[in-house]
Design a protein around this ligand. Structure first.
Ligand code: CU
Length: 485
């Protein structure tokens, strides 16, 4: 506890010095998620703290009316501590909007967390848990103005202290009205020298303490898993994970299935983003995955590999590889390919090679950091909603949001930015709630429209790859988005 308090104090004090965010995805730290807390459908945004320990900002909008009260609690996603939730905090209604709630939560440790929402209202109560992978991401320098101010105040304190000690030693025993004796004067100099030495010693030790705490904090700063990609004989792509050293909890052999696969690999030809593959390498050893490549055009590919650890902590590994033209196998199973080519799709309708088309119900404006629904519909060659819809890896659709400068990659589902494997762990603990897009029982018709909750992390140019399945065909629609500040 003492250690936590010290960290906490340091964390607060360093608030302006450090940066933090959630892991998984690349450059897209905020969590956007949609799900059901009992009868209430919620759109949740969790904005990560600047430091760990730090405060996560939370927004909830209920699209079901009648919500009276929402409480939130941070709970580890796995392990013994997940069974002992802390006392929850009530969310506030900051505006006249009856359906909009805000709150904040302290996240005390980096790792795999869930935020549990307990909702009550005129239709009863319900619970929804949203996984949050919390990491401290970096350290910034102290602002020079603040540094100068603190140094000045420090010098003032030292000089003041030495002055007080000197005055006390010199004059405390001198009767009023008498002049100070040379002996007292000498004693004062000795006392001031000793006081000064002690203060310098304190400063040196304090500096040591500060550096030790800073180093301890630095060891918690997230270092993403690295990956090396090589083309082996027989058109096999070999992916070797490298752990640059981070928390001891991280292992390279504890991955769990996330919507049917241990790894989801997006290979995007760069810089044009004109070819995209969504593939699923198999694990062949600790931290090593392999994939027989399908036929692919030559080029430099950015590789984004999504994995989820056993405790629900998701990571996205990034690397690039230059490939010659590959004459490999045909696409099978859950493989998918999209080749938008040079015809950048800024339009609302994307024509697919087999006569189908995908339509984006494009919002009138796209702004950074603003939570939005991204809805896409699959149309058959007659322009009617596709009737032979199928689930693709258990869901109506999958989307990848990629920024043209390579700084953002986010693999999103109808339930949002959270890793599906982590979400299912959280759901299992609640025994209630529901995931958007995954709650289809057998026999019900699969809709031809899919909707993703998301918010762009920053302004700029993005390409959105949307995948939906009909019959045995996985379609990849491509849409470009220009996002304003
Ligand atoms: Cu997916």
């Amino acid at each position: 506890m003492k250690r936590i308090m010290v960290r906490c104090a340091l964390g607060c004090f360093l608030a302006v010095l450090c940066g933090g965010r959630m892991a998984a995805h690349v450059g897209s730290p905020d969590v956007y998620a949609e799900g059901s807390a009992g009868p209430y459908k919620l759109f949740v945004v969790v904005r990560p703290p600047l430091v760990i320990p730090g405060v996560a900002e939370i927004e909830v909008r209920s699209s079901t009316p009648g919500v009276d009260r929402i409480t939130v609690a941070p709970i580890p996603l796995a392990g013994e501590a997940s069974k002992h939730p802390p006392v929850p905090d009530a969310m506030a209604k900051p505006s006249g909007d009856e359906q909009f709630f805000t709150g904040h939560l302290w996240i005390m440790q980096p790792g795999s967390w869930q935020v549990r929402f307990a909702v009550s209202g005129n239709q009863g109560s319900g619970v929804l848990s949203i996984p949050v992978a919390a990491t401290a991401m970096g350290t910034r320098q102290m602002q020079s103005g603040l540094g100068t101010l603190l140094a000045g105040l420090g010098i003032l304190l030292v000089v003041g202290m030495v002055g007080i000690v000197g005055a006390a030693a010199r004059e405390a025993q001198t009767p009023p009205g008498e002049s100070v004796s040379p002996k007292s004067r000498k004693r004062a100099y000795v006392a001031m020298a000793i006081a000064f030495s002690l203060l310098v010693l304190c400063l040196v030790l304090g500096r040591k303490w500060w550096n030790a705490e800073a180093a301890d904090y630095a060891s918690n700063i997230y270092k993403p898993l690295e990956m090396r990609a090589t083309l082996a004989a027989g058109n096999v792509l070999d992916l070797q994970m490298i752990d640059p050293g981070w928390l001891r909890m991280r292992k390279l052999d504890d991955f769990v299935l996330d919507h049917n696969h241990l790894m989801h690999l997006y290979a995007i030809r760069w810089p044009g983003m004109d070819v995209v593959f969504h593939l699923h390498p198999e694990m062949v050893g600790t931290g090593e995955f392999r994939l027989p490549l399908p036929s692919m055009p030559a080029g430099n590919y950015h590789l984004y590999a999504d994995v989820v650890h056993a405790n629900g902590f998701p990571e996205t590994l990034v690397t690039s590889v230059t490939l010659p033209e590959i004459r490999g196998r045909a696409l099978t199973g859950d493989d998918a390919e999209g080749t938008p080519g040079a015809n950048a799709q800024t339009h609302a309708v994307y024509k697919l090679p087999d006569g189908y088309s995908m339509q984006w119900k494009r919002p009138s404006a796209l702004a950074a950091k603003s939570p939005q629904e991204f809805a896409f519909q699959l149309l058959d060659p007659q322009g009617q909603p596709a009737k032979d819809m199928a689930l693709y890896m258990g869901m109506v659709g999958h989307a990848a949001f990629v920024k043209s400068d390579g700084t953002v990659f986010a693999h999103i589902h109808p339930a949002g930015t959270v890793a599906m494997a982590a979400l299912m762990m959280a759901e299992a603990q609640n025994g209630a709630g529901g995931m958007a897009g995954m709650d289809m029982s057998a026999g019900s018709t699969i809709p031809s429209t899919v909707s993703f909750p998301y918010g762009f992390p920053s302004a700029g140019n993005y390409r959105i790859f949307v995948q939906m399945k009909h019959g045995n065909v996985v379609e990849t629609g491509t849409f470009d988005a220009v996002v304003d500040e």
